[in-house]
Design a protein around this ligand. Structure first.
Ligand code: MLT
Length: 237
């Protein structure tokens, strides 16, 4: 089994990878059990935290899996420490930066979170995380994970996502085996994003997960884990 590192999305925690093969799955600053950052954060800061966590676990090189914002962080690692990556699993994410409109939306949301807390992010986002047919216990568990995020963590991540850079070149240069996964009903990062990333990467396979929205690994863990297992086997990782 290779070293696997799972990097969670927004506003989630390492618990979102509870159904995946075991690996190192840190909570990012301000999410799950991790204390919030004490200053403004960038994607590189989250990337450096993940790398420091890998150091602490004696993981020199690993297959990195990044879900959505976790994918943005994975791409930051690809820019600053590509030697730490033996393969990548990009899950429901994208390489492009925010548009002017989505950036403005992030800053507006920051003001609302300051006033009313993380619920203002969780409630409108929850219906997009899973398909409309997802079982209620799965919806409840997803809400619990999202609500465990701290306001400070959510605010820092919104700002970092708004200011993130374009990772197109990082993907072009990422010459390791890549698995790009997308839920067939993901409206946050639709299938077209996965296909575009697959075309940029030198050595990628794109897999669609049926019956899944944004959290494809969480909603359809069997399909997702099968895709990961055959990817790892095919590339001898
Ligand atoms: C995530 O799931 O991490 C977020 O949807 C990413 C984003 O808002 O761009």
């Amino acid at each position: 089994m290779p070293s696997l590192v799972w990097i969670h999305g927004f506003p989630l925690s390492s618990k979102i990878f509870a159904k995946q093969p075991r690996g190192f799955a840190p909570d990012l600053a301000g999410f799950g059990s991790a204390p919030p950052p004490s200053r403004d954060y960038t994607m590189n800061d989250y990337a450096k935290d993940v790398l420091a966590g890998m150091d602490a676990q004696n993981i020199d090189r690993a297959v990195l899996g990044g879900l959505s914002m976790g994918g943005y962080i994975l791409m930051a690692i690809a820019r600053i420490a590509p030697e730490r990556i033996s393969g990548v699993i990009l899950i429901d994410t994208r390489e492009t930066p925010d548009t002017a409109e989505s950036k403005k939306g992030r800053y507006d949301t920051i003001e609302k979170v300051k006033e009313k807390g993380v619920g203002v992010v969780v409630e409108p986002m929850l219906p997009k995380m899973l398909t409309s047919g997802a079982p209620q216990p799965l919806v409840d568990e997803t809400r619990r994970i999202m609500m465990s995020s701290s306001s400070e963590g959510v605010i820092a991540a919104l700002r970092a996502m708004a200011e993130r850079s374009d990772s197109t070149d990082a993907l072009r240069k990422l010459n390791v085996p890549a698995l790009v996964v997308a839920g067939d009903q993901d409206t946050i990062t639709p299938l077209a994003d996965a296909q575009r990333m697959g075309a940029l990467l030198p050595n990628a396979t794109v897999v669609t997960i049926r019956g899944a929205a944004h959290l494809s690994n969480f909603e359809q863990p069997e399909q997702f884990n099968d895709a990961v297992a055959s990817f790892l086997k095919r590339h001898d990782l």
